[in-house]
Structures are given as structure tokens and as C-alpha cells.
Write a protein that binds this ligand. Structure first.
Ligand SMILES: [Zn+2]
Length: 318
């Protein structure tokens, strides 16, 4: 018995128990993410210590995703699954339920552990018809089974919340692969420093546009606008993937005129015609902000995307 324990301890000491096979072939932790920002954060924490893949094809928004049976295989093969939470990946949550009870255990969410006060629960106030107040763009498409309530899921567009997400990812990777805990911690510390630089840069470069009214295509920017003091006054697409009603649009145009909005923001995957027509009617401009729900899967794609948005905002709102 004693001999047996010693043997196990020795194996662990030399890394055998953590997946380093005798032929020096490294079996790395496999991590699956749902959207590009989470891929990017996870790739930075993982470095060369783990394999990171994103489930969604590069050009498909999580709002439109149709789950494929072969995704179950990838979920089954993953050691850790990184989700955003707050109802963004309901299709993923349903698939995991169908897959196995064990699969749930390997899920970590960016939203896990976020204080209630951080969550945004409503659209900017647009009165549509008599007695109808604010609505949430995601009420209609998600059942919010994992987060309690109707919080806006677009957490990743706030770099300070990204810090929280990176900490959650770090903890999950360390738990799943304790032998590399110190390596993951070192990688995370380096990446958090980059996020701090990004945050400071956006803060410094938005001082001249603070308080400006902003209208975005879908309701993806409340966390960003709150962080940097922009006034999010309206959303073009009330429900993601659904054309807004004429009544809703009339209410939106009223807000745009009243607030002196100078530009309507579209998105890479949005239909630009609607925003263009509205902007033409109003005699204002159109510019494109990236919600980062689609796009490149590289370790710098999050910072790159945020900096592109910063440049667009500075240009459009100056
Ligand atoms: Zn979205």
C-alpha cells in the first residue's frame, strides 16, 4: 500500500499523472470556447500549455447559431468549456444537458461570480406605444436559465469585466490541469496587464467624447458605454435577428432627434440597409462598430477589435 502511494507520488512529480507520456508526447488540456473574445482570453491564459478551439464558425453570430450534432463530439472531447453565460449560449446549454451530466461540470462562465450590481438589465428607455416601457433585446430569444433574470449578456465589451472573465478562466484551467497551475497563473498575469493597458488607453482617448449619445445596431454596448461614460440612448434592432416594428422605429427616431444623435452604428454582421435608410431620413452618418461576436481567432483579436472600435468612436463622435 505504502509502496503504491509512493509510486503515484513519483508519477505526479515527474508529470506522468498530468498527461506527459513516457515518449515525451504531451497530451494537453483541451478547451472549447463559444465566441472569439473568450477564445482570445483563453488562448492567452493557456499559452502553449493547452489547446484552445472555438465552437462557432468565424462568421456566425451566437444569436443565430444552429447547433450541429457534430458539436456534441467536440463538447465531449473538451476538458473545459468556456461560455459567456447570461443566456447568450442557450443552444450550447441545451446541448450540454443532452450530452451528459458530466459535461456540465466542465463549464466555466464569464458571468460566474459577477456581482449583481455589475449586470445591466434594460435597454435604453424607448417608449413604444402607451404604457409600454423598456424591453430587453434578449428576453425573446433566451431563457436565462443560467443567470437568473434578464441581464444583458455582452459582458466582453468592458475590459474590466474581461479581467473577471480571465480570472474565471484561469481558475478553471488550474482546476482541470493542476500540474500547469503556475504556468497558467503567469500567462494570466501577463494578459491582465495588457487588459489594463487597453482599458487605460480607451479611458484616456474617450475623454473628449464622454457623454455623447450613442445608438447601436443591437443591444451589445451597455457595458462598454457605462465603462467609458458614453450615453447609450437607443438600439436599432430591438430583438437580435428581427426587423424592428414601424412603431418601434418611430419611437427610436424621436429619441435620436431629441438627443441630437449624429451617427448610427451598424455591425459587421448586420444588414446595413436599415441603418442606412434611417440615417438618410435623419440626415446623419453611419459607422460600423464590431460587437466581436464573430471574426478572427488570434491571441490579439480582442485587443485589436477594441482598438478598432475606439478609433471608429473617436472619429464618429468627435
Ligand atoms: Zn449580441
Amino acid at each position: 500500500m505504502l509502496y503504491h502511494r509512493w509510486f503515484i507520488a513519483l508519477l505526479a512529480l515527474f508529470g506522468f499523472a498530468s498527461g506527459v507520456a513516457s515518449g515525451a508526447e504531451v497530451i494537453r488540456l483541451r478547451v472549447l470556447t463559444s465566441i472569439p473574445p473568450l477564445y482570445c482570453w483563453t488562448a492567452n491564459v493557456a499559452g502553449p500549455l493547452a489547446t484552445v478551439e472555438n465552437l462557432l464558425p468565424a462568421d456566425v453570430s451566437p444569436h443565430d447559431y444552429q447547433f450541429r450534432p457534430r458539436d456534441l463530439k467536440r463538447i465531449g472531447a473538451a476538458d473545459v468549456i468556456v461560455l459567456n453565460g447570461l443566456g447568450l449560449e442557450d443552444w450550447f446549454a441545451r446541448a450540454i444537458r443532452a450530452d451528459s451530466k458530466d459535461a456540465k461540470k466542465k463549464v466555466v462562465r464569464i458571468a460566474d461570480g459577477l456581482p449583481e450590481a455589475v449586470l445591466v438589465r434594460h435597454l435604453p428607455t424607448i417608449e413604444v406605444g402607451a404604457g409600454k416601457g423598456t424591453t430587453s433585446a434578449h428576453d425573446h430569444t433566451h431563457d436565462h436559465d443560467d443567470a437568473g433574470g434578464q441581464a444583458n449578456p455582452h459582458l466582453w465589451l468592458d475590459p474590466q469585466i474581461a479581467r473577471h472573465g480571465v480570472s474565471n478562466i484561469l481558475h478553471a484551467l488550474q482546476t482541470a490541469d493542476p500540474a500547469n497551475a503556475a504556468g497558467y497563473a503567469m500567462n494570466a498575469t501577463a494578459y491582465l496587464a495588457k487588459l489594463d493597458v487597453l482599458d487605460a488607453e480607451i479611458r484616456a482617448e474617450t475623454t473628449t467624447i464622454r457623454g455623447r449619445p450613442v445608438v447601436t445596431f443591437h443591444d451589445a454596448f451597455p457595458y462598454f458605454c457605462r465603462r467609458y461614460g458614453l450615453d447609450l440612448v437607443g438600439i436599432i434592432e430591438e430583438v437580435p435577428g428581427t426587423d424592428p416594428s414601424p412603431r418601434y422605429l418611430a419611437a427610436l427616431l424621436k429619441v435620436v432627434r431629441a438627443k441630437g444623435v449624429k451617427v448610427l452604428f451598424t455591425e459587421p454582421s448586420s444588414n446595413p440597409r436599415l441603418a442606412k435608410r434611417l440615417a438618410d431620413d435623419l440626415g446623419i452618418a453611419v459607422a460600423e462598430l464590431d460587437v466581436l461576436e464573430t471574426g478572427a481567432l488570434t491571441p490579439t483579436s480582442y485587443e485589436d477589435g477594441m482598438r478598432r472600435n475606439l478609433a471608429v468612436l473617436r472619429q464618429a463622435l468627435r
